[in-house]
Design a protein around this ligand. Structure first.
Ligand code: NI
Length: 260
């Protein structure tokens, strides 16, 4: 069977506390062969690495989400840098800017500061980054250029911006993370993005437990739902399911610089 790569999930989330082991045990049979569990704050960075130690098919990303940038100080940043050296950590993330949840200009400035510092950490460690960016299109693009992300690499997770910006990120060698949102009726621009960019620049993601695709929208998400995302991408690009699975598998390995 074709192997599917979920580049972005949060299986350490309490939404999975009741049945985590049972759920993850079903992945292999469903073709879910690799998952990167993404850190979003200090605690989930640690629990992502623990999950990666526990399950052969799980890898980890270490990073602090913009909404939790307040957790970062020189001391906690040094701790994060140590975590990034641990086995099976394949990226720094998720990091970036979230102006949807943060309106305070000073705190937005703090987000930009720690975004840049974590990009610097990725550069130092030779790791790619996983970007979270919401309602911060221009500032994210400006930092991407200023920090020369073409030299760092990575994924723009849950890509939600224009076709023009998508092309610019791809020119920098970044990948676009596409998940459940692409199946939503109101995601017209994202569907255009998927049609406009080469399949070579797309990776699959769930953001589990969030962003379940149609027909499971609103329910807890898991990698088992990727099938709906694959179908939607295949339809938009007029290619087979198998081609979507195969290409995104290869792309994810390039994005995270992992061996196939
Ligand atoms: Ni996430």
């Amino acid at each position: 069977m074709d192997k599917i790569f979920d580049t972005h999930a949060h299986y350490d989330d309490e939404a999975f506390d009741s049945d985590r082991e049972e759920l993850l045990s079903r992945f292999q049979k469903a073709g879910i062969a690799k998952v990167v569990n993404i850190g979003a704050d200090l605690r989930s960075t640690e629990s992502s690495i623990e999950l990666a130690q526990q399950y052969p098919f799980i890898y980890a990303a270490a990073g602090v989400h913009p909404s939790d940038a307040g957790q970062l100080s020189e001391e906690t940043f040094a701790w994060l840098a140590e975590q990034a050296k641990r086995p099976k950590v394949v990226a720094i993330g998720e990091i970036g800017l979230d102006y949807y949840w943060e309106k305070d200009p000073e705190k937005r400035e703090n987000q930009r500061y720690w975004f840049r510092r974590q990009i610097g950490l990725a550069r130092e460690m030779g790791l790619p980054i996983v970007i979270h960016s919401r309602e911060a299109a221009q500032d994210t693009m400006d930092i991407a250029k200023d920090e020369k992300l073409s030299e760092v690499g990575g994924i723009v997770h849950c890509y939600a911006y224009s076709v023009e910006h998508a092309r610019e990120y791809i020119k920098m060698g970044l990948f676009l993370g596409i998940g459940g949102v692409v199946t939503y009726k109101n995601s017209r621009v994202l569907k255009e993005v998927v049609q406009a960019v080469p399949l070579d620049s797309i990776v699959l993601e769930t953001d589990s437990p969030y962003l379940s695709p149609v027909p499971n929208r609103g329910k807890r998400n898991s990698s088992l739902n990727l099938s709906y995302v694959i179908d939607q991408i295949a339809a938009l690009k007029n290619v087979s399911r198998e081609e979507v699975i195969q290409k995104t598998w290869e792309n994810a390995h390039r994005a995270y610089r992992m061996e196939g």
